[in-house]
Design a protein around this ligand. Structure first.
Ligand SMILES: Nc1ncnc2c1ncn2[C@@H]1O[C@H](COP(=O)(O)OP(=O)(O)OP(=O)(O)O)[C@@H](O)[C@H]1O
Length: 336
């Protein structure tokens, strides 16, 4: 594939990501690049990504070796490039920060379900553990769907091999923090941490002032502590997180089991639909106020946040007016 590099859209610890245009099709793609002599993780990522094919995993488009001006301007450097599907809305963490730092319940449920569908596929069908699940490694595709990305730490878990643990300390399960093993179950712990990140807008442990990775690993691995659950979560959400954050890896639910958890099955839009079905003709309509009271009686995490309520109300609009609308920005225009 011939392509032309465009602007830089992200930088990680190991690589730089640019948008690029495919010359034949005109498609915008993402190109993740690293100097060849430092591209071991990127090549490993390309090898794994090339074997995957799921709407919930960022798409592989190929790889290429190019000659580019070196970073210290002393001639040309050989560069390894991984070509991928382009995700125009950036990462889950970017989407949350644009939304004021955290996401409302409907979107937390939607993204968690899509993340788990991706993990169910890589865990069960491909025998792969991602090993670095977190909001900044989940990309939002052009239709607003969450897609797992950054397979630089991923590993094949069948047959199981002992390898050094990898990933991000704040998202590490107890067995990973102790350096014992890292597998599918450790990804599930990280899903719990990612839900906390979506709800609070912060990585787990940061609220407790534990920004020191070594202290976090000690607390998780040796003191048996789990990240604090946001106070205002619903009982269903707390139960869901409890299944992800079990200290014993074997007791954690699998991605397939979690997909059937009531937290993901009870659709927030049902509440919205009933509100719509009872469509009021004026604000004095009793059904309207009863619907509002019922929804306010529910213990819910957005009791604490007015912004969240506004998010839900705009979500109602989505279902009333046009079910194809998406909250992620594609169909919205800025009104000044
Ligand atoms: N396919 C893509 N489409 C759009 N943006 C992307 C894409 N892939 C990566 N990015 C952007 O580039 C950033 C860095 O990418 P990525 O996390 O894969 O790099 P990394 O070097 O592996 O990072 P880390 O430091 O987490 O290991 C992402 O946070 C995201 O903003």
């Amino acid at each position: 594939m011939n392509w032309t590099r465009g602007k830089i859209v992200g930088r990680g610890s190991t690589a730089t990501v640019s948008a690029a245009t495919c010359q034949e099709s005109g498609e915008t793609i993402a190109v993740k690049s690293a100097e060849f002599h430092r591209s071991e993780f990127l090549q490993r990522e390309a090898e794994i990504l090339s074997s995957l094919n799921s709407p919930h995993v960022i798409g592989y488009r190929g790889c290429a070796i190019t000659k580019e001006p070196s970073s210290n301007n002393d001639g040309e450097a050989t560069t390894y490039n991984l070509l991928m599907e382009y995700a125009p809305y950036g990462t889950l963490a970017d989407v949350a920060s644009k939304n004021g730092g955290f996401l409302e319940e409907a979107r937390v449920v939607k993204y968690t379900r899509q993340l788990l569908l991706g993990l169910e596929y890589i865990h069960n069908s491909m025998g792969i553990a991602h090993c670095d699940v977190k909001g900044s490694n989940v990309l939002i595709g052009e239709n607003g769907e969450a897609k797992i990305a950054d397979f630089g730490c991923a590993k094949r878990v069948e047959p199981e091999r002992t390898e050094p643990v990898r990933g991000t300390p704040a998202f590490m399960a107890p067995e990973v923090a102790r350096g014992e093993r890292q597998g599918r179950e450790s990804d599930i712990w990280a899903v719990g941490c990612t839900v906390i990140e979506m709800v609070t807008g912060s990585t787990p442990w940061s609220g407790a002032g534990w920004n020191d990775p070594v202290s976090v690993l000690y607390r998780v691995g040796y003191l048996g502590e789990s990240p604090e659950l946001p106070c205002s979560l619903t009982e269903q959400a707390k139960d869901f997180l409890g299944k992800c954050l079990k200290k014993e890896a074997k007791e954690r639910w699998t991605a397939s089991q979690l997909l059937n958890h009531p937290f993901l099955i009870t659709k927030p839009e049902m509440m919205v639909t009933s509100l719509v079905t009872n469509s009021p003709t004026s604000v004095t309509d009793q059904m309207f106020w009863r619907s509002v009271e019922e929804s306010e009686d529910r213990p819910s995490w957005w009791e604490c946040h007015e912004d969240e309520r506004i998010g839900v109300l705009s979500c109602s609009g989505q279902f009333v007016v046009d079910s194809t609308w998406d909250m992620d920005g594609a169909d919205w225009i800025t009104v000044r």
